[in-house]
Design a protein around this ligand. Structure first.
Ligand SMILES: *Cc1c(COP(=O)(O)O)cnc(C)c1O
Length: 357
């Protein structure tokens, strides 16, 4: 039996998208490959409202995160973390010998833009890495307010992890002056895991030129130079199956569903799950900054989340336990990608039925 995934990635993928993964292969040094990759870039620019170049990577999103912080920090990176994925940026910096400092808040809180201002005023940093939508806590940072602060510091490259929000929560990349945004295929875009996507601004390009050791596979400048020179082909063999699926899915998002409708569906689903959580349990974290793509429910009834999931599995559904230390203390329901309102209602009805609440 098919298990519908209500976990924050990998998400359930529509049948028609899955079928595109089985398209007969094409050579990666052909005109067809150039066209496919160029089309994806053009469509992603529309999704993200950006004029910046798009880079694709055959890796999950973590690859491009590592590439961004390594390729674009010349002096020192300031990492602002509100959970597990924020902290990951910092570890990537340290493990790559990139100078960095970590600024954390209590789990369930958002970053205070004034705190970023204080840190950047020291003049020590030339890159900021931050998470837009923290999947471990169900909190979305106030990215517009944060961008206002960043715009006071033109020497700082602004990197945003939008892995679990891109395609589900609108952010105007160019208006906010974000230099690098990153996402993965298996979250709100709704295709299988294995491909990631980022933007790469002029400022980020110029910065990377001054950084000596940018690595090899995730050297964003090398990727950029290569696609410009070779008509959107990549230095190594990309996952062409993912590209067929993504190209198809971007047409669906832009022309069939419509991107604004998609954003609205995500916030409608978030509203339903959050109201339900407040009614039956409680919400984890600061209610002013709730995510539109994943909800962390505070386990006020002390239910056994693993048991609940076993019962749900028998009914063809699956949710997520809390992340790391928040396991059992919270559980998470993802409302992302092509999940529909009816799916969410069906899930919540089943949870109520299983728990007798
Ligand atoms: C899933 C996720 C990641 C990691 O992405 P991968 O594609 O698994 O490498 C990073 N950040 C956030 C916010 C995520 O939700």
């Amino acid at each position: 039996m098919h298990t519908k995934l209500f976990i924050p990635g990998p998400v359930d993928v529509r049948e028609d998208v899955l079928e595109k993964m089985a398209t007969p292969q094409i050579g990666h040094r052909t005109k067809d490959a150039s066209n496919l990759q160029r089309n994806i870039s053009e469509k992603m620019k529309k999704v993200w409202n950006t004029k910046d170049e798009i880079l694709l990577s055959t890796s999950s999103g973590s690859g491009l995160m590592e590439g961004a912080i390594r390729s674009c920090t010349a002096k020192r990176a300031a990492v602002f973390s509100i959970g597990a994925f924020g902290k990951r940026w910092y570890e990537m910096a340290i493990f790559n010998n990139v100078e960095a400092d970590l600024f954390e808040v209590e789990m369930g809180k958002a970053t205070n833009p004034d705190d970023i201002d204080k840190v950047l005023k020291t003049g020590k940093y030339d890159l900021v890495a931050i998470t837009h939508n923290e999947t471990s806590t169900g909190i979305a940072n106030p990215i517009e307010k944060i961008a206002e602060v960043l715009n006071k510091y033109p020497e700082v490259v602004f990197c945003v992890d939008m892995v679990s929000s891109a395609g589900g929560h609108k952010v105007n990349i160019d208006e906010l002056g974000i230099d690098i945004v990153i996402t993965s295929s298996q979250k709100c875009l709704g295709i299988p895991a294995g491909l990631s996507i980022c933007t790469f601004s002029e400022k980020a390009i110029e910065r990377a030129k001054t950084v000596k050791n940018r690595g090899y596979y995730f050297d964003l400048l090398n990727l950029y130079k290569y696609i410009i020179k070779k008509d959107y082909q990549y230095p190594s063999t990309p996952s062409i199956p993912h590209m067929f699926a993504l190209d198809y899915q971007l047409d669906y998002i832009l022309n069939v569903e419509g991107i604004e409708n998609r954003y609205k569906r995500h916030s409608d689903m978030a509203g339903i799950v959050q109201n339900w959580a407040k009614d039956k349990f409680d919400l984890f974290g600061d209610e002013k900054y709730l995510s539109r793509t994943v909800t962390a429910v505070k386990n006020t009834r002390n239910i056994n989340v693993a048991d609940l999931n076993n019962e749900l599995k028998k009914r063809g559904m699956m949710i997520s336990n809390g992340y790391g230390d928040l396991k059992e203390e919270t559980f998470r329901i993802a409302h992302m990608a092509d999940t529909q309102i009816e799916d969410i209602n069906e899930l919540l009805n089943n949870i109520e039925d299983i728990l007798g609440i």
